[in-house]
Design a protein around this ligand. Structure first.
Ligand code: F7E
Length: 296
């Protein structure tokens, strides 16, 4: 939790920096000398990457080499984690694991493939402790409001409270393997504690459609999703990733990591959290639901 830096209990210190500014990254790393660097920064919305492909390539792709170069140039000893993504598998059918070929289907997926390979290259070329965590969709009540899970659970809370009636959605047939972000963050940390740097898939192995997520979420609030969900083609992507279902057995064998929260429980956690959040925020919260719902 963030506390004022003057407080003796302060343990989290924030610094300004941007992945488009390589010189700043070098200065920051030389100053902080971190033991571990987690590159979670990106333009991470797949639909938005079709609208802003160049910006996505710059942050999600080239940003990674700026950070790797900053580690190298500052001469510090640090372990490096790259947030690789199941989106890299794209059109290659499930189940997907570390040996599955990549076939990205978006500017975002293509940029992540670049970052994956450049991370591996720095490991091999310079002996850096650099790893790729290939994470399948991981969600929580903190998920951005324009990703499908949170969009659904926020709408469920608003509909339940009688403040919204309809929810506009795109492709309900897409299959995803949605896990709980808190568990995945522990998996990321475990990757950096291993004896040797390596690449790992983190996933639950579950297989649910967007329609399933709707059904579970609405049902948890005592609602029938079919009465409230309508189609809007603006949420379709020019090329879709039809099915992502991960096989995380390597992470289980080598890191002792296994997901325990599966998609139905995750949906219920998120619905409960949004019902609570709505009670606290009242009408202000609803305004932002309506503003957000057109743009994702
Ligand atoms: O879409 C479908 C949509 O935007 C999931 C990012 O964290 O995970 C995420 O990427 C599915 C897609 O996530 C709506 O077409 C239907 O098939 O929640 P999403 P994503 O594209 O899977 C990966 C692992 C990442 O790395 C990414 O950074 O849901 N869908 N209707 C919709 N999606 C959205 N957003 N909104 C809709 O109305």
């Amino acid at each position: 939790m963030y506390v004022d830096p003057h407080d003796p209990k302060a343990r989290l210190f924030l610094h300004y920096g941007d992945l488009s500014d390589g010189a700043r990254l070098v200065t920051l790393l030389a100053e902080i000398k971190p033991d571990e660097v987690y590159n979670l920064a990106a333009q991470s919305h797949v639909r938005v990457s079709f609208d802003e492909p160049e910006h996505t390539a710059d942050t999600t792709g080239v940003g990674t080499i700026r950070l790797l170069e900053a580690v190298r140039m500052s001469g510090i000893e640090t372990k490096f984690y790259q947030a690789s993504s199941s989106e890299m598998f794209g059109a290659t059918p499930p189940p997907q694991n570390e040996d599955t070929p990549f076939y990205p289907r978006s500017p975002y997926g293509a940029a992540k493939v670049y970052s994956y390979w450049i991370t591996k290259n720095y490991r091999e070329a310079y002996g850096m402790y650099a790893v790729n965590g290939i994470l399948f969709n991981h969600e929580s009540p903190r998920r951005g409001e324009t990703f499908v899970t949170r969009k659904i659970t926020r709408a469920v809370a608003a509909i339940k409270a009688g403040k919204q009636d309809l929810l506009y959605m795109g492709n309900l047939d897409a299959v995803r393997d949605w896990g709980y972000a808190a568990e995945y963050v522990e998996g990321m940390w475990r990757m950096l504690q291993a004896d040797e740097p390596d690449d790992f898939v983190l996933a639950t192995g579950g297989n649910y459609t967007v329609r399933d997520f709707l059904q579970i979420s609405f049902e948890h609030a005592g609602l029938n999703w079919e009465n409230h969900v309508r189609f809007d083609e603006r949420y379709l992507r020019p090329t879709e990733v039809d099915a992502l279902v991960g096989d995380a057995s390597k992470a289980q064998d080598k890191l002792g990591w296994k997901a325990s929260v599966h998609t139905p429980e995750l949906a219920r956690i998120m619905v409960d959290a949004d019902i609570q959040a709505l009670k606290h925020a009242g009408n202000h919260w609803i305004d932002s639901v309506n503003l957000d719902s057109w743009k994702n």
